[in-house]
Design a protein around this ligand. Structure first.
Ligand SMILES: Nc1ncnc2c1ncn2[C@@H]1O[C@H](COP(=O)(O)OP(=O)(O)OP(=O)(O)O)[C@@H](O)[C@H]1O
Length: 967
């Protein structure tokens, strides 16, 4: 769309790539040439070919062609009328159809350009007027303008003012000549008059070749606008507008030939330069539109840009002098013509739409679009969009069917599970959940139902695969304060943590004291203690504390000598324990972290403090509660890869990472690698299932692990007749209780055996590990009593081992708080005890273990423990009120006047392993500092065992990502 005189121009295609119409006109020899006996060497042999007649030497023939072919060639005796008719008319008269057109005359000086163009211009305009006469239905407006480019200056030939005109670049119309006079032609006479003015204005000079040589490029421009008279003035009116250019170029010349000098020489230089640019443009255009075309290198090419390669039809008439003396110039002209005939233009019809019509058109378009927006489903939809919508609807329908089908399958499966549970119900102590869920842990876990069923005989739903079996509980069956799921989902529920913490774990003295503590306004409290202490002071205090503790505590003596000395460990041989900061005698730099703290550790310390989560106030001891606590979100648990993951519930993933860093003991093999019982293991299980010696084991629940291990070893590979089966066969009754216990014992042995095969070997090494199973021959009350005693013994052993192995205080705390003596906890206690025994033995032998690529040594575990104490002490400032802290200092015998009381307190926690009140108080404090947990089954499984079927979705989540998801 272009614009002419403020009106929009619609450009319609009129064919693409139309080549420039190129003709050659050969003039006759003029008088001067004849006078000097010049001969004509050029001959038009037909309407299209001109040849050089003179005999060429061999070398000339190789350099110059002798024949040139064009759209039309005109002999010397052809009239200008014929040249016009066959070489320009069609192109020129396109203007009346709304198509721009241009007619050039190109040639050397005195070759007849002006002679030719003058005739063509007049013939064209005359024909235009004839056309107008024949088309009365249209109204035509003819506007005429004329300019010349003289010495690279544009002049208005219709104005007496010789001031050079500027060329402007119009985005729509291209290059326009500013302030160029444009006369509307009234009639033919007016046109002739204007032509006379132009002729008079044009720069003409005399040269030796041409008495009236044109020293400038002349462009006569006629613009024609036409409109149908029928629609004039109404909305439907539109008009055609186009321009025809008549271009009479200055002649190319050789200064020597024109014998020019002074002004003429200067003119010749400008002429030749602009013609050279024209030649370059034509040559480039002839090779296509790739690359840069230097239209702007001369005013001539700037003005003619649209005529040469744009929206115009173009005809070029090359005039040639036949004289032999001008052969070189003639060849150049023909060469130019040859290039020009390869140039294509892209002329279009220029339809001018009036502003009024344009507004109407745009309004109609707007209304159509608005209608489409209002009714998107009606006419605006294309066939493609309708098809797409149908496809989407089909997909939705298919997905809905799939959802319905899956829902039905799920309901059916749930129904089957419920039916199965109902069938086995109270009559069967075990169900085989493993057969329902492939992810179900393949470990035989002793549950409280084991003990309850000791008094009632029930058939065993034996595990063909030796997998875990869990009793389906009724909540009413329990009276121990533990809640169980009554929905048959077999999830164990621990008692509320708050109850654990206050009523069971915390000592009465501590609870009583903290209850008396008035709540302080933490915002107003000045944190004057430790907060701004420099790290060296802290370390000195730590050393003092550790020395103090060491002098009062010496409970580990069987660790490898010369390895390390912890604040809680005595050095071998009764040597005076060294400072906890210089515990590694072999120069282990890492062990001296506290002695030479660096920025990294400080940063880690800060991170640790930041990620600790404050427990919910309504879940914590009132005496320890704070107002700014939180975390009451429920936990969806998953199987942990580490017992330390139990801390994850209320803590961020950063906390997890920190715990991993300071982890004193690694997750043990069972936690990390137990994904199910392999087939070979199942086979072994079936082999041992009815083993008489296992039956003996089941009768002797207090048998120590050494005995059990030995028995298991003895039994390995044996196939002994099962007396129970024998008895059953003989009596015709099934002693399910005894048989079940037999299976349990056998499986426990196999678990141990499997663990042993992996290198943990708790059976061989853990001589102190005792069998925590209950004697099936005892009554329930007797069994409970015995278990209670056994639990306390195990608990004490574990506490001692934690202490000896520098186990994380957080780990100790949660384990201690979670496992309160429920018989079903026996397996956890047993596994923990074996793990610790193995760890202690490893350390004592001077060995190290590698977990997750981390090497765990006594030194590293001690270092981590020290760091954990440091972090906990820092946490005290934030998590405990001033009053709470003061009460604790009093209770723990820390002088109020002493410095670094928080560190002192942190380094005393969990140190007196003989005093259960001290242990309980320590656990309560640590729990307070790191955040409480609502006791759920999840936490027990964090310690390595899983009672509930795992869910696939959880399985796919890493622990960190799981926590992020849950948090
Ligand atoms: N075809 C022709 N038949 C007869 N005479 C011609 C023809 N062509 C040109 N002439 C005559 O030759 C002379 C030079 O012609 P013209 O001025 O048109 O040349 P030119 O190419 O315009 O020269 P310049 O470039 O110097 O202006 C004129 O006198 C003209 O009448």
């Amino acid at each position: 769309m272009g614009s002419i005189n403020g009106e929009e121009v619609m450009q319609g295609s009129n064919g693409q790539g139309e080549k420039i119409l190129v003709s050659v006109r050969l003039r006759p020899l003029n008088e001067k040439e004849i006078a000097r006996n010049d001969v004509s060497d050029w001959e038009c042999i037909n309407d299209n070919t001109i040849i050089y007649r003179n005999n060429l030497s061999v070398s000339e023939r190789s350099m110059f062609p002798t024949a040139y072919t064009f759209d039309r060639v005109f002999r010397h005796d052809c009239s200008t009328r014929l040249v016009y008719e066959e070489g320009a008319k069609e192109v020129a008269l396109s203007v009346v159809s709304g198509i721009n057109s241009s007619v050039f005359a190109y040639g050397q000086t005195s070759s007849g350009k002006t002679y030719t163009m003058s005739g063509i211009t007049e013939y064209t305009v005359a024909d235009i007027y004839n056309y107008i006469e024949k088309h009365k239905e249209r109204e035509f407006i003819l506007k005429f303008s004329a300019l010349e480019i003289y010495n690279e200056s544009v002049r208005d030939l219709l104005s007496s003012d010789s001031t050079p005109l500027r060329l402007l670049d119009d985005p729509e119309r291209g290059t326009v000549v500013e302030k160029l006079t444009e006369e509307t032609l009234r009639d033919w006479g007016h046109f002739k008059e204007l032509l006379s003015v132009c002729e008079a204005q044009r720069q003409i000079g005399e040269t030796s070749l041409n008495e009236a040589s044109s020293r400038s490029h002349q462009i006569l421009r006629l613009t024609i606008e036409s409109s149908a008279r029928e629609f004039l003035g109404n909305d439907k009116s539109s008009s055609l507008a186009a321009t025809v250019n008549f271009i009479d170029l200055a002649g190319s010349e050789r200064a020597s030939q024109t014998q020019s000098a002074g002004t003429r020489l200067k003119e010749g230089c400008h002429i030749n330069r602009s013609l050279l640019t024209l030649g370059t443009v034509i040559r480039k255009l002839s090779k296509g539109r790739n690359g840069h075309v230097p239209f702007r290198d001369s005013k001539l090419t700037r003005i003619l840009q649209s005529s040469l390669g744009g929206n115009a039809r173009t005809a070029i008439i090359c005039t040639v002098s036949p004289a032999r003396s001008h052969v070189e110039q003639s060849r150049n002209t023909l060469l130019f013509a040859s290039c020009a005939k390869e140039v294509a233009t892209n002329a279009q019809v220029n339809l001018v739409v009036s502003d009024k019509a344009l507004v109407k058109k745009l309004q109609r378009e707007l209304a159509r679009l608005e209608n489409e927006l209002r009714n998107p489903g009606s006419t605006s939809l294309t066939s493609d969009s309708v098809a797409l919508m149908k496809e989407k609807e089909l997909q939705i329908e298919k997905l809905q069917k799939e959802v319905t089908e899956l829902t039905m399958q799920r309901d059916l499966a749930q129904s089957q599970i419920k039916d199965l549970l109902r069938v086995v119900g109270d009559d069967m102590p075990f169900i085989e959940l493993a057969s329902l869920d492939p992810h179900y842990p393949k470990l035989r876990v002793r549950s409280s139902s084991d003990f309850e069923n000791q008094t009632s005989e029930a058939p065993i739903l034996s595990s063909a695969h030796g997998m875990a079996r869990v009793k389906s509980f009724n909540a009413s069956q329990y009276s121990d304060g533990y809640s169980r799921s009554s929905s048959g989902d077999n999830l164990f529920q621990l008692p509320d943590f708050e109850e654990n913490l206050l009523l069971k774990s915390s000592s009465p003295r501590l609870s009583a004291r903290v209850l008396k503590v008035a709540r302080s306004d933490l915002c107003q409290e000045k944190i004057e203690e430790e907060k701004d202490e420099d790290i060296e002071d802290i370390c000195r205090v730590v050393r003092c504390i550790e020395k103090e503790v060491v002098t009062t505590k010496s409970n580990i003596s069987d660790f490898s000598p010369n390895r390390y000395t912890d604040s809680t460990m005595s050095s071998p041989g009764g040597n005076t324990p060294t400072s906890g900061l210089t515990v590694v005698e072999n120069g282990d730099k890492e062990s001296q972290v506290l002695g030479s703290p660096d920025l990294a550790e400080d940063k880690q310390f800060n991170n640790f403090c930041q990620v600790l989560v404050v427990p919910s106030p309504n879940k914590i001891s009132p005496g320890l509660s704070e107002s700014n606590t939180s975390s009451s979100r429920g936990l969806k648990f998953t199987r942990s890869r580490s017992c330390k993951a139990s801390l994850m519930r209320n803590l961020s993933s950063n906390w997890f990472e920190e715990v991993e860093k300071i982890e004193n003991t690694p997750p043990f093999w069972f936690e990390k690698h137990f994904t199910g019982r392999p087939d070979c293991f199942q086979k072994e299980l079936s082999k041992f299932k009815y083993n008489s010696n296992a039956e003996k084991l089941s009768r002797n629940g207090s048998q120590n692990s050494e005995q059990r291990g030995a028995t298991a070893d003895e039994l390995k590979g044996q196939n002994v007749e099962n007396p129970i089966d024998k008895e059953t066969d003989e009596n015709g009754t099934l002693d399910t209780r005894r048989k079940g216990m037999s299976c349990l014992q056998s499986e426990n042995q196999l678990v141990d055996q499997k663990v042993s095969e992996t290198g943990l070997n708790p059976i061989k090494s853990a001589k102190s590990v005792k069998d925590v199973g209950l004697d099936p021959m005892l009554t329930y009350e007797e069994s409970s009593l015995k278990w209670s005693s056994e639990f306390k013994r195990l608990q004490r052993e574990i506490i001692e081992l934690w202490h000896a192995c520098n186990v994380s205080l957080v780990h100790r705390t949660y384990f201690f708080l979670l496992f309160k003596g429920d018989p079903q906890d026996s397996i956890y206690m047993e596994v923990e005890l074996r793990r610790l025994t193995f760890l202690k033995q490893t350390f004592s032998q001077g060995n190290q273990t590698v977990e997750d690529g981390r090497t765990l040594t006594p030194a590293s575990s001690m270092r981590n423990l020290r760091r954990e104490r440091l972090m906990l002490s820092k946490k005290m400032q934030k998590k405990l009120s001033r009053a709470d802290r003061h009460n604790l200092y009093l209770k723990w015998g820390i002088k109020m006047s002493s410095r670094h009381r928080g560190f002192q307190l942190a380094h005393r926690m969990w140190t007196d392993t003989k005093d259960m009140d001290h242990i309980a108080d320590s656990a309560a404090i640590v729990a307070k500092l790191v955040g409480s947990v609502k006791p759920e089954q999840a936490y027990k499984e964090m310690f390595g065992l899983n009672f509930a079927p795992r869910r696939t979705s959880r399985k796919s989540l890493g622990w960190t990502s799981s926590m992020k998801h849950l948090l």
